[in-house]
Design a protein around this ligand. Structure first.
Ligand code: PLP
Length: 339
């Protein structure tokens, strides 16, 4: 793939050669199929189209200096997709089918896994949709599970550079007892207006507060939030945020480097006491936050005053990437190689 400008890839869709698909019908999953079409044939009354029976996942494959391709923590994504499926009454994808689909599609598109050292990776997008026709509001009896891949660069165009974000109180991406903890398309649709407002005002993303009281921090657009102070990694626990696998990994790496870890409700008022704050996720990795602007009070909370990411964020970022790329020993067994 000499023609791709690996170092300047954006976080966008690029066509690759193959995707894989599997259909659930008559109470069971069929055989995994390989396709080279970018399109799916879907009934116009499919529940995914009308009632939002749709779940997706996002994980990455990295090419190491040894040229091996490593897939990061796929079992966690399989588990989360399983939980999401149950949460919106879809037939869950068995872990072995998830594994086979992910490993097959990466192997088939091996040439699109960006070279070591480019900062790019292969984004893997599993998708599960209700495909059966219904008109009444009820779960489908048929599903399509598919996985496609696309090579990507950083999610925020700034890469590992501090960004400014804006507190959002006028819109919620999820309800207090809703589907915020699941990776369903509806949450993202609900976030589009607030993200557009944030972008129009020149911010990278919106910081959501808890939808019940607007007192605690929830998450930062499509990424979890963390703060660092007093040798401690602090991240919100909330029923309305997506349980981020990157966040889980950063919590473990924080312990490994001797930090305390607190996963608890984080009042927005606490923001001013943090030394460093950041957003984390598969796409964002760690995105350090420079300023949090609160448009309702006019307050501006500033971090990274020298323009650079803070020392702890920097350490965690490099450690996580080193494990993903195979440069650092994978002591927690997070990577699985494509053979
Ligand atoms: C709403 C939301 N929060 C957090 C995350 C980060 O999760 P992960 O680290 O598993 O990618 C994502 C991305 O998947 C997301 O969409």
């Amino acid at each position: 793939m000499e023609s791709l400008d690996w170092k300047n890839l954006s976080f966008g869709y690029l066509k690759t050669d193959y995707n894989v698909r599997c259909y659930y019908k008559n109470g069971k999953w069929g055989e995994l199929e390989i396709s080279s079409s970018e399109f799916i044939h879907l009934h116009m009354a499919a529940t995914s189209l009308h009632y939002g029976q749709e779940a997706f996942e996002g994980l990455k494959a990295f090419r190491g200096n040894d040229n091996r391709i490593r897939i990061f923590r796929w079992k966690e994504n399989a588990r989360r997709m399983h939980d999401t499926a149950l949460g919106i009454k879809m037939s869950p994808v068995p872990e072995e089918l998830f594994r086979k689909a992910v490993f097959t599609v990466v192997k088939l598109n091996e040439k699109y896994v960006p070279p070591y050292g480019t900062g790019a990776s292969l984004y893997i997008r599993p998708l599960l949709i209700g495909s059966g026709a219904e008109v009444g509001v009820k779960p489908s009896s048929e599903y399509l599970f598919m996985v496609f891949v696309t090579p990507v660069g950083p999610y925020f165009k700034e890469g590992f550079k501090p960004v400014d974000i804006m507190v959002c109180r006028d819109y919620d991406r999820a309800a207090p007892l809703g589907t915020g903890c699941y990776k369903v398309g509806g949450n993202y649709a609900a976030s589009l207006t607030s993200l557009e407002i944030a972008h129009q005002k020149g911010f990278s993303t919106a910081l959501y507060l808890d939808p019940k009281e607007k007192k605690y921090i929830d998450e930062a657009g499509p990424a979890n939030f963390f703060g660092i102070k007093n040798n401690c990694y602090i991240t919100p626990s909330s029923k309305s945020i997506l349980p981020s696998i990157t966040n889980l990994s950063l919590q473990q790496l924080s312990r490994d480097i001797g930090l305390q870890v607190e996963c608890r409700p984080v009042p927005f008022d606490e923001v001013s006491s943090f030394d460093e704050v950041g957003a984390c996720g598969t796409a964002a990795v760690i995105t350090p936050i420079r300023k949090i602007i609160d448009p309702d009070t006019g307050k501006i909370y500033e971090f990274c005053r020298d323009g650079n990411p803070g020392p702890v964020s920097k350490k965690l970022y490099h450690l996580l990437l080193a494990i993903q790329n195979g440069d650092e020993k994978d002591i927690h067994g997070w990577n699985d190689c494509i053979e």
